[in-house]
Design a protein around this ligand. Sequence first.
Ligand SMILES: [Zn+2]
Length: 335
Amino acid sequence: MKKVLILVLLALLFCGCEKSLDKKLQELGYSEEEILKISELNEEHQALFLEGFDETALKYIKDMAFDEEKFEEYLKYDGKLEQSLLMRLINDGILNDKNAEKLFKMYSSENFIAKNENLYLQYLDSYDSLEEMMEIVNTKRYEALFSDIEPVDMSKGDLILVNKYYQLSEDYVPDDLVDIDPSLGRGQIRGKVYEAYLKLLEDARALGYNLYVVSAFRSFAYQDGLYNKYLRSDPQEVVDTYSARPGHSEHQTGMAMDVTVPGYSLDDFGTTDAAKWLNENCCHYGFIIRYPADKTDITGYIEEPWHIRYLGVETAEDVYARKMTYDEYYACFVE
Ligand SMILES: [Zn+2]
């Protein structure tokens, strides 16, 4: 009899508590559905909701991915990333106090490429800076050069990427090559590129920079001969820093040229005012300096202030403004 009485008392007490929780929550403005969710939580977490109507906490318990054990972490990092991403990173144990700031920066970077997410996480602490790590991953430089070679995606038109990972076919020759006026240099180049170059040249000449073209379009076979010639005097790993393997040369696109001014070899061109002007202004005519000094570890080529690549004004200006290599720009914004 005593036992029954105690049980009844306990039951009454329990119901009373339940009722008072529901009531309090109701008074705070929670809906029935929300109250049901809250009542499933442990007391400590329920208490959060009793302090006032808590929209932030509410959105997490309503989420399918909600894991009560991680509740404090969701709240701690709330607003740092889009909710589903944040919850996934926390649920999977990826996000922690040590890497949180880095991850927030990484996921909100303009250079973030979704398909590279796992690689970013894999290499998160392998490089000096987050920017460098993303650049390495975006340009596939975590892989050895010339590994995993893919054909150039010709559907990109003027924006095709040719580098140590992307190769042109042996028989690719642009169908709109024109001769460069012999007084302006030698070789052939695509018609629209020549037009853009003539505009650039006109303005360069007005400033006294008499640029001329040393090398323009090169066929696969020509590049093959050139590369093999270099191999006779330098080891391959050295040749690869200054000469492209056949199929990997931008010159085969008909959209790249090597230029200098009278009295200067290509190697000395970088010391001239003309080179400085070209570097700062060629984007306004649709060209970029394809192999800059501070990006040799990304491009795989030594600095080539003389090598310009046509991309069209809009893209060239964007690449220049972002101070990116075209390798990374392509991965982020073209591919
Ligand atoms: Zn070149």
